[in-house]
Ligand binder design. Structure first.
Ligand code: ASP
Length: 422
């Protein structure tokens, strides 16, 4: 049975079992114990075993990708197209999120009693997230992209810094004599194979891992919350769905004459993995494999675009951030002028670049944006309870967007997706 079907079964069975458990014993201490002592730790261990290989994977694919591009000129061209595509896609998706929120205005209809109750319930978690949020958007964030100590950067999960270091290794490999570069390239190649072998092992138990993750989310989920926030959730999901199923296909058709159904059929395992893990990083190994094997995008292009995309290109996250800032502004009666909304677009695009590709990675940055546009940060408590469901949806967009960019870059480089010569 193909992998995406097995994962889908894990997802559906996990969701069905979780919802049933929620209906029968929702909120009981027995169910809480079952989740915290069995499915949640198992799910976390599975997710960690995927994230565990991300640093070596980025190091090997990105540096070999850059080295494989051959010349700095080609690297420059590909880098410009990649970054432009990331920026345009992210700005477009954020604008869509804002338009949807302005149109439906779900925040203006939220019951004040629900608001007070949610803020009370999620106060503790909000304080936790506040601790992680950087106080402001300053030049240090930029300075930190260049690591003083790459090992420390890797240890603290500072992805942009790790990416920078991997890029430099790739560039250096093209500058030194081939005889000197070869041992390192072979080492990196072998490291890549090792990570892939580990991932294949881990993916063998993906249905169980996904079952555990989804069961834990649904068994403990407050479905009454979903009802009280239904308008907000529906507006965000509708925005995400429009971008995923209308904007991406349009772009793919325009750029590569690539029929939407065919593209989605080839990348479905990536979409299912992203949806069930809520993590771009955990999905990266699958994204790389699909790009090469199913979309037939040259390895050096995928190896460059996709690791960058898993950290920097977050179309779904930016749409969600922009929409949520506006929603909370509506809830708190903060008027955001057109200028302020443009500022929200800009900040959402910038913070999405720095968001970690892990579940809930955008929350600390979302709080920063809220603070900067004058919406109460504590307001995030209102949406925390439904965040995981939205995280699953936005992560799906995040990784699909990476594959769309890889397709665009391949096209610009004269390669037709699917393997036909241009
Ligand atoms: N979970 C998202 C990702 O990994 C990031 C986020 O929006 O929280 O892409």
């Amino acid at each position: 049975m193909p992998l995406h079907l097995r994962i889908l079964i894990g997802l559906l069975v996990g969701a069905a079992a979780g919802v049933t458990a929620n209906v029968i014993a929702g909120g009981s201490s027995t169910l809480t114990r079952v989740v915290t002592l069995s499915t949640e730790p198992l799910g976390k261990m599975w997710l960690s075993s995927l994230i565990m290989v991300v640093i070596p994977l980025i190091l090997s694919t990105l540096s070999l990708g850059v080295a494989g591009l051959g010349s700095l000129k080609r690297l420059g061209r590909i880098a410009v197209v990649t970054l432009l595509s990331f920026l345009c896609l992210t700005a477009l998706s954020t604008t869509l999120g804002l338009l949807m929120m302005n149109f439906f205005r779900p925040g203006a209809h939220l019951d004040p009693a629900v608001k007070t109750q949610l803020m009370e319930t999620y106060k503790g978690q909000t304080e936790g997230a506040m601790g992680l949020s950087t106080s402001s958007f300053n030049i240090d964030l930029l300075v930190k992209i260049v690591p003083r100590n790459p090992i420390q950067a890797a240890a603290s999960g500072d992805m942009l810094a790790v990416i920078f270091f991997a890029l430099m290794i790739g560039v250096a490999l093209t500058l030194i004599p081939p005889g000197k570069a070869e041992p390192m390239s072979r080492f990196l190649d072998s490291l890549g194979y090792i990570t892939v072998a580990i991932i294949e092992l881990v993916m063998k138990v993906a249905p169980v891992g996904v079952f555990c993750l989804v069961f834990s989310v649904t068994a403990r989920f407050g479905f009454h919350l979903l009802l009280s926030l239904l308008q907000y959730v529906m507006t965000v999901v509708a925005g995400l769905a429009i971008f995923q199923f209308v904007a991406y296909p349009l772009i793919l058709w325009l750029v590569a004459r690539w029929p939407a159904m065919e593209f989605f059929r080839r990348v479905r395992v990536v979409m299912v993995t992203a949806f069930s893990t809520s993590s771009s990083n955990a999905t990266l190994p699958t994204t790389l494999r699909v790009s090469e094997e199913s979309l037939r995008i040259p390895k050096e292009i995928g190896g460059f675009v996709l690791p960058l995309g898993a950290t920097m290109n977050m179309n779904g996250t930016a749409l969600y951030e922009g929409a949520t800032v506006l929603f909370l502004a509506q809830v708190f009666g903060v008027q955001l002028s057109l200028g302020a909304q443009l500022m929200v677009v800009m900040l959402s695009v910038l913070t999405a670049i720095g968001t970690a590709g892990i579940p809930g990675g955008s929350l600390p940055l979302l709080m920063m944006v809220l603070r900067m546009v004058g919406v109460p940060m504590e307001g995030i408590a209102i949406i925390l309870g439904v965040d995981r469901i939205l995280d699953m949806c936005r992560t799906t967009l995040n990784v699909t967007g990476d594959l769309v960019t890889a397709t665009i870059v391949a096209r610009v480089e004269g390669v037709r997706p699917g393997g036909q010569a241009s």
